[in-house]
Design a protein around this ligand. Structure first.
Ligand code: ATP
Length: 293
């Protein structure tokens, strides 16, 4: 029996490995598919970044023509400033981030960085200039070091470690038996939501782009973790142009401008104090979150 068990067990391991490899390939195709949504213009130039000022000018967008998602959204993020977008689930907040990264092209209107329509520049140069810390970071089935260095291929081990320290994930990594060589992802060490986000922050710090997009996790982290991550994001965003898709209003208090998005329309906008004084949608959301704890 044992003679049969060992090869069968071995086959089981191989089966799982193949299944995982296929899942990885599938993920890659999903990414490639996304890339195919947009193409570089024949005469696309490199994005020339000075301060990374962002401008959305009357942007309309629909994933499916039957169902418009954004209806003429306009705002500006001056170079080195932070603009926050808040609003109910499904209002189109993350869509703004996807459009700025050019996963999709706008249906009408224009998005520009330092005066250059992002459709006229190469995707490679655009994406080199933008760092995204997404809601759910997908980690590669590889080492911690690889996952962080992905932000800047060719980074030295000491640069990777410095970024991990700044994102407050170094202590955790150092405490694992294999340190930076620990495998993470589906087949390796499973990281919590907060730890994954820190890896994403370290990756972004290493990349050091002039423009940052933070898409806050909807799933609540515990409040200590949340405060720590917020502080790390603050530090990462110093002197950079930042678009924050915020679920917790405490993140947006110091924003240059707060946009309240509802069903693809900006229904209120302004600074925190002015919006509170106005006693509208933002003030309601603020009261609700304060009373929730
Ligand atoms: P949340 O706060 O829950 O993250 P959100 O405001 O960021 O929500 P979006 O992710 O921008 O909302 O989605 C806006 C709308 O677009 C939603 O109704 C969503 O169902 C739809 N949507 C998002 N992604 C796609 C997609 N790839 N294809 C079709 N519809 C989509």
């Amino acid at each position: 029996m044992i003679q049969l068990y060992i090869p069968l067990n071995f086959l089981g391991v191989i089966y799982r490995e193949i299944k995982q490899a296929l899942a990885d390939i599938e993920k890659m195709f999903i990414l490639l598919d996304r890339q195919r949504e947009v193409a570089d213009a024949a005469d696309a130039r490199e994005l020339a970044v000075s301060g990374a000022a962002v401008r959305f000018d009357n942007v309309h967008f629909a994933y499916d023509p039957e169902r418009p998602i954004l209806h003429g959204v306009s705002f500006e993020i001056p170079a080195g400033k932070k603009v926050a977008v808040v609003g109910p689930s499904g209002s189109g907040k993350s869509t703004l981030a996807r459009l700025l990264y050019r996963f999709y092209d706008v249906g009408a209107g224009c998005i520009s960085i330092d005066g250059q329509d992002i459709r006229t520049v190469t995707q490679a140069s655009l994406r080199k200039s933008i760092g995204i810390v997404p809601q759910d970071t997908v980690l590669f089935n590889d080492t911690v070091a690889y996952n962080i260095a992905y932000g800047r291929p060719g980074a030295s081990p000491s640069e990777v470690e410095a970024a991990a320290k700044a994102a407050h994930i170094h202590g955790f990594i150092a405490a694992t038996p294999k340190g930076y060589d620990t495998m993470v992802g589906e087949r390796g060490l499973k990281l919590s939501g907060g730890e994954k986000q820190r890896v994403a922050i370290a990756r972004t710090l290493l990349k050091n782009p002039p423009l940052l997009i933070f898409d806050e996790a909807t799933s609540a982290l515990d409040s200590t973790n949340e405060r720590a991550i917020q502080a790390e994001l603050e530090a990462a965003g110093q002197d950079k142009t930042v678009l924050v898709i915020a679920h917790r209003l405490s993140t947006v208090v110091d924003a240059h401008e707060i946009l309240v998005l509802e069903q693809g329309h900006i229904v209120e906008r302004g600074r925190h104090d002015a919006l509170l004084a106005r006693g509208g949608r933002y003030a309601d959301m603020w009261r609700l979150q304060q009373s929730a704890g």
